[in-house]
Design a protein. Structure first.
Lengths: 230, 316
């Protein structure tokens, strides 16, 4: 189980995330919100890339509040940022290989699994990652994170800016990753309709404050509009 | 061995070229892979040279000269490595401005220490008493053998750099240089990785400093100016910061061209060598650098081609 209790965080003394509670286990958990709602800050905070101003984070019964990002990564938490989720100076294959710095399974075995999941990456394996298209980069970022054999995968708007065909494919992949690899997924997303297709539970973030956590089926249009301040 | 055919100036010039190639290769690991712009190369080189020299000359060793020499070389290398560890600890999390100031400051501190600690280093007067750990006949023969030993050492550094390029450690260094915030989520600590890199490469620079001290037989603080750093940095940038062979090609085109070909083989008036050439050298270095960066922004060899390396390693 991954749990955040009353977390606060932000940048240069400005609080962006205010007292957010979150608890996820073996599910797809969607964090919805408009631009500037704090979704990226929340996920970066959970990945320990932004320092906490308050609150606690627990992972499988262990207090990870004071751990650094590489220490939580080693425990099984992987993060895919919205932008710059790949290493442009490395090839596709090398991007996957650096993802396998932790874990005991063989690197080759893991690479084969990721290429099975994202066949396009197999054809691009010797290409420089900096030359990939937006959709290919997102696949690679996701594949790189999965190479860590994570228990929790934090995905920050994985389909932002992608063409509709890629969006559909990507959401299918997220569902598949959750089901076949038993990975808990925390998905920050603006596209509420698509996110609700695959999410088990949902939380709407509004200016850094979280609404109540609901089952995806319980989220009404009114509650969503309230969260998006429409 | 009859070495009459060999020009003593050529041996001395090649020694300098080979040493700068070694420094540029180590700088390539820092700057080309991890994007740490170390402007204090001469500091690590110099501290290795002086630590070796002081221990070798000032200590009255109870055992043979060869052992004293080896222990002193190891000491110089370790001291440079420890200095790298300290400086790396200070600069590892700084941005490029901080790294520039920190490394330049370290090089200046080494120069000040070497100048002011006269009892140990001889200060501005310099320190003699160094020599080769062997004697195979003439000075030229000794220097030639030392050049061969240095060439072997630089070949080992080159081999190490090529191994780093192909290893998970090398990929981690490139990841850190490319996108450090993302690299923090890979499960390995970027700070410790950079620290280790800085310690190992600085130790290598210190070893090259000790080698140079032996070749010169005399240590002087005049060697601790910016020249060595500039020679390695300009050579590397000119060849290509990100490609392993960039160091060798760039240094051959700059230091090699000037300190060997022009200085020793062009029939120039004698007074030019003492007056015009040193100034002309820096001017041409700068001019060539500007021209190359205008037309080949990634250096003569171009940018890193990991895709080619991967195709060689994995096919496809």
């Amino acid at each position: 189980m991954f749990e955040a209790k009353g977390i606060r965080s932000g940048y240069s003394g400005v609080t962006v995330i205010r007292d957010v509670d979150l608890s996820v286990e073996r599910e797809v958990f969607a964090v919805l919100g408009a631009n500037g709602a704090g979704k990226t800050t929340l996920l970066a905070t959970l990945a320990r890339l932004i320092p906490l101003m308050g609150g606690e984070i627990w992972f499988n019964g262990r207090d990870v509040t004071k751990l650094r990002p590489w220490e939580t990564a080693a425990l099984g938490l992987a993060y895919v940022p919205q932008e710059k989720g790949i290493f442009a100076d490395l090839t596709v294959l090398e991007n996957l290989q650096v993802g396998a710095m932790i874990g005991t399974r063989s690197r080759e075995e893991r690479v084969d699994e990721i290429i099975e999941l994202f066949p396009d990456l197999g054809e691009l394996r010797t290409q420089m990652a900096g030359t990939l298209s937006g959709g290919e980069s997102r696949m690679l970022a996701c594949g790189r994170a999965l190479m860590q054999d994570p228990k929790i995968l934090l995905l920050d708007e994985p389909t932002a800016g992608l063409s509709p065909i890629y969006v559909d494919v990507f959401f299918e992949k997220i569902r598949e990753i959750h089901k076949t690899r038993d990975v808990t997924i925390v998905l920050a997303e603006q596209n509420a309709a698509k996110a609700l297709e695959i999410a088990d539970r949902v939380m709407v973030l509004n200016l850094g404050e979280a609404s109540e956590v609901l089952d995806a089926a319980e989220l009404t249009t009114e509650k969503l509009k309230e969260g998006y301040r429409i | 061995m009859n070495l009459d055919w060999l020009d003593a100036f050529l041996v001395s010039g090649l020694f300098y070229v080979m040493m700068v190639i070694g420094l540029a290769l180590l700088l390539h690991l820092q700057l080309g892979l991890a994007r740490i712009a170390n402007f204090g190369v001469v500091g690590f080189w110099g501290i290795g040279m002086y630590a070796f020299g002081v221990l070798f000359v000032k200590v009255d060793w109870p055992f043979g000269e060869v052992w004293a020499f080896l222990i002193s070389v190891v000491f110089g290398t370790v001291v440079a490595g420890l200095a790298g560890l300290l400086v790396g600890w200070l600069i590892a999390d700084l941005d490029i401005d901080g790294v520039l100031v920190g490394t330049l400051g370290f090089a200046t501190a080494v120069w000040i220490l070497a100048t002011t600690e006269q009892d140990l280093t001889g200060g501005a007067l310099g320190m003699g008493g160094l020599g080769f750990p062997y004697d195979i006949g003439s000075v030229k023969a000794n220097e030639t053998l030392w050049l061969v030993i240095l060439t072997i050492l630089v070949a080992i550094i080159l081999y190490y750099v090529s191994r780093v390029h192909k290893s998970p450690y090398g990929r981690l260094l490139i990841s850190i240089g490319d996108n450090e915030p993302l690299a923090r989520s890979l499960g390995k600590a970027p700070f410790q990785t950079k620290l280790w890199l800085f310690a190992v490469s600085s130790a290598g620079m210190g070893l090259l400093g000790a080698m140079y001290g032996v070749n010169e037989r005399f240590l002087e603080t005049g060697n601790l100016g910016i020249d060595i750093t500039l020679a390695a940095m300009v050579g590397l940038v000119l060849g290509s910061t990100t490609r392993m062979w960039g160091a060798a090609v760039g240094v051959a085109l700059t230091v090699g061209l000037f300190d060997v070909v022009i200085q020793f083989y062009l029939p120039l008036p004698r007074e030019w060598y003492t007056q015009a050439i040193p100034v002309l050298r820096e001017m041409v270095f700068g001019g060539v650098l500007i021209i190359v960066l205008l037309f080949r922004p990634y250096g003569v060899l171009g940018d890193m081609r990991r895709d080619k390396l991967m195709r060689r390693m994995h096919g496809g």
